[in-house]
Design a protein around this ligand. Structure first.
Ligand SMILES: *[C@@H]1O[C@H](CO)[C@@H](O)[C@H](O)[C@H]1NC(C)=O
Ligand SMILES: *[C@@H]1O[C@H](CO)[C@@H](O)[C@H](O)[C@H]1NC(C)=O
Ligand SMILES: *[C@@H]1O[C@H](CO)[C@@H](O)[C@H](O)[C@H]1NC(C)=O
Ligand SMILES: *[C@@H]1O[C@H](CO)[C@@H](O)[C@H](O)[C@H]1NC(C)=O
Length: 371
């Protein structure tokens, strides 16, 4: 827990802070980083890699609270924490490495106890400030390790989905992110506790980066997993009135991992430049920790151009996937026009037939039977 908060004692009227340094909470989930085992010369990961702890604490009322935590390395969930028991679950085969079983059990106990204190403290603060239930507090904290060995640290808390307080690792100060009384009070309380600030600074600056390096060693296989993209190209009618083109070519790329991908359209072998004719869904997650993306190209009626979707991804070993758009296949632009013309022709014939029959009926005199 990045918020380092004090004991459960009620605040006497005149005291600056209900949180004495002695009773401060250690940043709970940051603690394993302090114990992370490292081999002699750990490799620096080749791209930037982020270790992120997310925690959500829901305060239903003064006597009921739910807390959940997750640790993510890049986009891999490594640990989860359900604080009805504060049991840590290992979501990767290598996630348990770095600590002994006893150390993990001690950590669970420490989180459980400290969390209880934290919750009591928040309830006291909320009661003092006349804030109502329910509310949600979220923390995100961790670091991003760059290939050049530097790291960016972050530790932010939100309340009910809005920025609340942030910790500045350079100055070691908490900064209020809104101006209301509750937030300013929380900022004051947090900054009063120097021990917590120093600990937090150390954990975010040193331990976090070291822990990433350790995870990179243990979890090399998961982090370097490569899944090849599968791509198809198909045509679709453009949204009415939005795009002045008869056909939208869609390239659907899915099943790839890791996330970085490059998808481009080629017209007669030349990459199509940016413009209103291009659109992309952005990279979206699949349920199986692969990703997908759709890219569309609006093409004019002019015949004689060839189009292809080109996909570049690390799993393809330096080659790219090229999926040509085949005009001749069903639902190609030519066929769409053909079918449209066909439908118009049939409709015209039907109208002519109907009108001639209709006129025929009108011509039929009373008493005569129609054929
Ligand atoms: C946190 O938990 C540990 C282990 O149970 C305990 O020793 C420590 O005093 C607790 N700290 C706070 C501030 O609650
Ligand atoms: C507190 O909230 C919990 C869960 O929403 C509910 O079951 C419980 O009755 C509430 N207690 C009080 C005192 O309101
Ligand atoms: C290290 O790399 C990061 C990200 O690429 C960059 O922002 C930072 O300025 C670099 N720092 C140094 C000292 O080169
Ligand atoms: C781009 O695609 C998105 C959905 O994929 C759609 O909502 C949006 O209208 C499209 N933009 C244009 C200019 O067609």
């Amino acid at each position: 827990m990045c918020a380092a908060l004090g004991p459960s004692s009620r605040c006497p009227d005149v005291c600056l802070s209900p949180f004495s340094p002695a009773g401060m909470l250690l940043p709970l989930l940051l603690l394993p980083w302090a114990w992370g085992a490292l081999d002699a010369s750990p490799p620096v990961p080749t791209g930037s890699l982020t270790l992120r702890l997310l925690q959500t604490i829901i305060f239903h009322n003064a006597s009921s609270t739910d807390m959940e935590g997750t640790a993510l390395l890049g986009d891999l969930e490594t640990h989860s924490l359900d604080c009805s028991t504060c049991e840590i679950r290992f979501l990767q085969p290598w996630a348990q490495q770095g600590l002994t079983l006893k150390q993990w059990q001690d950590l669970e106990k420490l989180i459980y106890n400290n969390l209880s204190n934290f919750i009591r403290m928040v309830n006291d603060l909320v009661e003092d400030e006349g804030e109502g239930y329910p509310f949600v507090i979220q923390f995100t904290e961790g670091c991003e390790l760059h290939p050049n060995g530097t790291s960016r640290r972050f530790c932010d808390a939100g309340m009910n989905g809005e920025d609340f307080v942030s910790f500045d690792t350079d100055s070691g100060k908490w900064v209020a992110r809104r101006g209301d009384k509750l937030t300013l009070k929380a900022e004051e309380i947090l900054n009063y506790n120097q021990v917590v600030a120093i600990t937090l600074q150390f954990l975010l600056r040193m331990t976090c980066a070291n822990q990433i390096k350790s995870f990179v060693q243990h979890g090399k296989e998961s982090l370097e997993r490569q899944e090849r993209p599968v791509a198809v190209v198909f045509a679709r009618a453009p949204p009415p009135a939005r795009i002045p083109a008869p056909v939208l070519l869609v390239c659907r790329v899915t099943g790839f991992y890791p996330r970085p991908v490059r998808v481009a359209w080629l017209q007669d072998g030349e990459e199509v430049g940016p413009g209103w004719w291009l659109n992309s869904s952005g990279i979206l997650p699949n349920a199986d920790l692969t990703y997908q993306l759709r890219s569309s190209l609006a093409v004019g009626p002019g015949a004689g151009h060839s189009y292809a979707c080109r996909v570049q991804h690390s799993s393809l070993g330096g080659r790219s996937l090229l999926i040509p758009w085949e005009q001749s296949r069903p639902w190609g632009p030519g066929l769409v026009v053909g079918i449209t013309l066909g439908v118009v022709a049939i409709a015209a014939v039907a109208v002519v037939l109907w009108r001639s029959r209709h006129r025929g009926y009108q011509d039929v005199g009373p008493g005569e039977s129609s054929p």
